[in-house]
Design a binder for this molecule. Structure first.
Ligand code: ATR
Length: 272
């Protein structure tokens, strides 16, 4: 059967093999999907060995999304914008295409949750690689406003400049948020990983606001707890984004769109 893998470091924690196994069970597709630990600095040689050894496609997780971007022979437009690749696919001619499905995975999760994005005031916290990857699909939903706020304001300003041709987007400091209000707030900082939260003003959330953490955990994240305490009526973590990016990868490889909701439900049950 066709072989696929996820490359990362660390990799033990990766849920991708479990997710793709469930997609296969759902759809009757026959494929092998494994996880592979790759040493730092050895991404290109490991990818080359995988593809010359008959591998069909790879998912790429931290810290190799930039290496995968460099490795690809051709890039989709959205991967070029994102500056990162989480999906490599070998074409019939042997060339390898790079794509990114993280952003569309997040948008699809929000839409599955019943969140309306169009004409909403959206705030994204953070200006690193994870945020860069979701800006194009977010702007594609036609929010009334997209604001990027970051501890280091210059990085948010740079991002806003890179995406301004796609819609109304601004980059600000966290301090600049005082007095502003949003309908949807997305946490894309890595602060959650360390149990930290960027300092946020009291009245940041508008009525009936929705808050999304790109991180996920067995327990509500610190950002999700902040959101609930500050009046958000809809709160979600990034587990659905993880399954969503996997679903888009599976679709790119197998041309069948799997159901994400039963997979999210089962992963959630196992985590608790
Ligand atoms: P990733 O690939 O996860 O996006 P990254 O590129 O290192 O990782 O970006 C991390 C983001 O989280 C940055 O926006 C960072 O802010 P700075 O640009 O000012 O460094 C943000 N971040 C990390 N820890 C934070 C904290 N404790 N408070 C606020 N922002 C934080």
């Amino acid at each position: 059967s066709d072989t696929y893998a996820v490359f990362g470091n660390p990799i033990v924690q990766s849920k991708s093999p479990v997710i793709h196994r469930q997609f296969c069970e759902q759809t009757g597709e026959d494929m092998t999907y494994t996880k592979q630990l790759v040493a730092e600095g050895e991404f290109a040689s490991a990818a080359k060995a995988f593809f010359t050894g008959g591998g069909h496609g790879l998912n790429i997780t931290a810290p190799f999304k930039q290496d995968a971007f460099t490795y690809a022979n051709t890039l989709t437009e959205r991967a070029q914008r994102a500056g990162a690749v989480n999906l490599l696919t070998q074409q019939i001619d042997g060339s390898v295409t790079g794509d990114t499905t993280d952003g569309i995975g997040m948008i699809n999760d929000m839409l599955n949750l019943g969140w309306e994005l169009s004409a909403k005031r959206i705030l994204v916290l953070g200006a690193g690689g994870a945020v860069r990857g979701v800006l194009e699909p977010l702007l594609g939903q036609n929010p009334s406003e997209l604001c990027i706020a970051n501890r280091t304001a210059s990085k948010a300003e740079d991002l806003a400049r890179d995406f301004h041709d796609l819609g109304t987007v601004s980059g600000v400091s966290l301090e600049d948020l005082t007095g502003k209000q949003f309908d949807i707030v997305i946490n894309g900082t890595s602060a959650s990983l360390h149990g930290a939260l960027p300092p946020l003003p009291e009245h940041l959330l508008g009525p009936d606001a929705a808050c999304y953490d790109m991180m996920y955990a067995a327990e509500p994240t610190i950002f999700m707890r902040w959101a609930t305490e500050h009046g958000a009526t809809k709160v979600a973590d990034g587990l659905g984004m993880l399954v969503g990016q996997a679903a888009e990868s599976f679709y790119a490889w197998r041309h069948i769109r799997p159901e994400v909701v039963p997979v999210i439900t089962q992963l959630r049950r196992k985590m608790s």
